[in-house]
Write a protein that binds this ligand. Structure first.
Ligand code: GTP
Ligand code: MG
Ligand code: NA
Length: 342
């Protein structure tokens, strides 16, 4: 670098799609976790955030040392696909930089896929399509973790034919909903045509392709948006009662730094609540914030991150509202008014 290159923050990526398209399992594949198996009824019921450090992504994609990645990592937000959780999908899509819309190749576009596309259009968010469950194509030969082009080459003519017609079907469905899409490695107009990455969350084909698009291509198309900014931008995802800690809030820190001891304001139905950050917790990298377990403690945390905040008086904080930091010299009443407006 030239030294005066601006520091970038991790892109925030929201995973959206119809129930059971494979959103959580795709993340499990990336993280090497088993969150999906542990979910009640196999259904995601909360937003989950996971930080993927760039070193893990390099390892997952076998990136050569000389290939540069400009972002420090990826902050991924998993959302529920069940129809009753549309608020969480809306919240996720309103704060992300990029989305991954997961579509089951054997089912095509479904009700909540289309709802998700509407949300993304409304919030003006670009997306990548993960055309998932390619291993369900009859006769698929698994090629664990392989780039998708390599995995496809290994398949019989019959599998390749079924793959082509199902892909064409999905492209047509997107077209009917007003979106131009193409296989990413055949896409000559990436600025206007949305990329499709075929994936399997079972045998992990296509995962390297998806990760590379997220950390290499996304910064190319939205570098300005990803320039780190000191002004705190922070959204409350939910309130969580944690044993020994009391009511905590899970937030997405989009920009800026949070410190232990910061005076902050959260919104409740009864008005603003001003409190002081006692502790800042994150799960270990590649683990989900909502996963109960051992947290890492931080004196300060820099965006973008998923953070659990420990402080008094958080029990009535409202999901979807902003957390405001009171700086030295700020007028508290004015800050409280700002917090309630947002
Ligand atoms: P919700 O969060 O409830 O909306 O579902 P989801 O989109 O997170 O899907 P989930 O990861 O829960 O997967 C749903 C089911 O599909 C599970 O039984 C998974 O094992 C299965 N599944 C997901 N991805 C794949 C895949 O690529 N191939 C195969 N064969 N099964 C998959
Ligand atoms: Mg899920
Ligand atoms: Na599910």
């Amino acid at each position: 670098g030239s030294g005066d290159e601006k520091e970038l923050r991790a892109p925030i990526c929201c995973i959206l799609g119809h129930v059971d398209a494979g959103k959580t399992k795709l993340l499990d594949c990336i993280r090497r976790t088993k969150v999906q198996q542990g979910e009640a009824g196999g259904i995601t019921q909360q937003i989950g955030t996971t930080y993927l450090p760039v070193e893990n992504i390099r390892e997952r994609t076998s990136l050569k040392a000389e290939v540069t990645v400009k972002v420090p990592g990826l902050l991924v937000i998993d959302t529920p696909g069940h129809e009753s959780f549309s608020k969480m999908r809306s919240r996720g899509s309103s704060l992300c930089d990029i989305a991954v819309v997961v579509v089951d190749i054997t089912r095509g576009l479904e009700k909540q896929t289309i709802e998700s596309l509407d949300l993304l259009k409304r919030h003006n968010v670009r997306f990548i399509v993960a055309l998932n469950k390619v291993d369900r194509l009859y006769g698929w030969k698994p090629c664990h973790n392989a780039p998708i082009a390599k995995a496809l080459k290994n398949q019989s003519v019959d599998v390749q034919m079924e793959y082509r017609w199902r892909l064409t079907e999905v492209v047509t469905q997107f077209k009917e909903n007003g979106f131009n899409t193409a296989l990413y490695y055949e896409n000559k107009k990436m600025k206007h045509v949305f990329n499709i990455v075929p994936t399997s969350a079972k045998s992990c084909e296509g995962i390297p392709d998806l990760l590379l698009l997220l950390v290499r291509w996304v910064p190319e198309i939205m570098i300005e948006k990803l320039v780190y900014d000191d002004t705190v931008e922070c959204t409350v995802l939910e309130v969580n009662e944690v044993k020994d800690l009391g009511a905590t809030i899970d937030v997405v820190l989009i920009n800026g730094v949070l410190h232990q001891g910061d005076q902050v304001i959260v919104c409740t139905e009864q008005g603003p609540v001003t409190t002081v950050i006692k502790d800042l917790l994150t799960p270990h990298p590649m683990k989900e914030l909502k996963a109960k377990g051992i947290y890492k403690h931080h004196k300060e945390l820099r965006a973008a991150q998923g953070v659990k905040i420990v402080a008094r008086g958080l029990q009535h904080a409202m999901a979807g509202t902003s957390l405001v930091v009171v700086k030295a010299g700020d007028d508290l009443q004015q800050c409280e008014a700002v917090a309630m407006q947002e």
